[in-house]
Design a binder for this molecule. Sequence first.
Ligand SMILES: Cc1cc2nc3c(=O)[nH]c(=O)nc-3n(C[C@H](O)[C@H](O)[C@H](O)COP(=O)(O)OP(=O)(O)OC[C@H]3O[C@@H](n4cnc5c(N)ncnc54)[C@H](O)[C@@H]3O)c2cc1C
Length: 272
Amino acid sequence: MARYGQDARPLAGGQSLIPLMKLRLANPAVIVDLNGIPGLSYVRQQEDRLVIGALTCHSDVEDSEIVRNRHQMIGDAVRNIGDAQVRNLGTVGGSLVHCDPSGDWGPVLLALGGEVRCLGPAGERIIRGTDFFTDTYETARDPTEIVTEVRLRSPQPGAGGAYLKLERRSGDFAVVGVAVCLVLDANDVCREAAIGLGGVAPTYVKATSAESVLRGMPLSDAAIAEAARCLDAEIDPYSDIRAPAEYKRAMAKVFFQKAVELARRRATVGDS
Ligand SMILES: Cc1cc2nc3c(=O)[nH]c(=O)nc-3n(C[C@H](O)[C@H](O)[C@H](O)COP(=O)(O)OP(=O)(O)OC[C@H]3O[C@@H](n4cnc5c(N)ncnc54)[C@H](O)[C@@H]3O)c2cc1C
């Protein structure tokens, strides 16, 4: 990859790269198959982080005991990616690098304070999720780097998380995707709120204004509705084959409110 730079494309599960090549939207001179690299497929708890190797396929994340027991939001997201064949081959690293604005991993990474670990000829660097996604199908990864790992914040006591996706039919990419992580205290006051959105802008959005509205407030219907209104200024949806922009704008708010409700229920029963 150092030798070929932009002309080289790494291949992981091939679930996005191969379709792009079939459509002649990508035509790399060199393909570097990452599948022979050992030790890049794992799901582990590491102190207060869940770390996932870049070559871990979606279904291995879905089947991971740690995810099933402790990370409901991640479970919500991976269960609904494509179909079983896509989930058996497609990888976490590939999804993040592909950076389809309607993908499911992006919102989750943003809501869980995620970081992406990259390795290249210049060494290793860790890029925060908020800096990683730069535009439609564009990331901060250098063409000579591979992604090796994704690091996500693990839930603290009182945390609840949820990812909800509106799709036209089962297995489709999101019309809108909303990831919400809340930390509530015993009086239902929202100590922390983190919100990641997909499908509503050229790339994934961290809804910082809506987060500020919820943070420090009792989680009342009025506060949730006010946070939903804030989304309007944070998103920039466009019309495409899935839906007109106005519909996405409306559905982002509806799915946001549903995701907050689900995250709140899970926080209350200690199920993040
Ligand atoms: C029918 C179908 C339905 C789908 N539905 C959904 C869906 O509902 N939600 C969703 O989120 N996704 C969906 N996907 C996409 C799927 O999740 C892919 O797995 C994912 O987008 C790419 O992962 P991959 O491992 O297949 O990557 P590849 O196709 O191998 O690569 C994708 C891109 O990432 C680069 N790359 C891959 N791995 C690395 C790495 N470790 N380091 C650096 N660069 C890397 C490649 O060079 C390429 O540019 C769908 C795909 C298909 C075919």
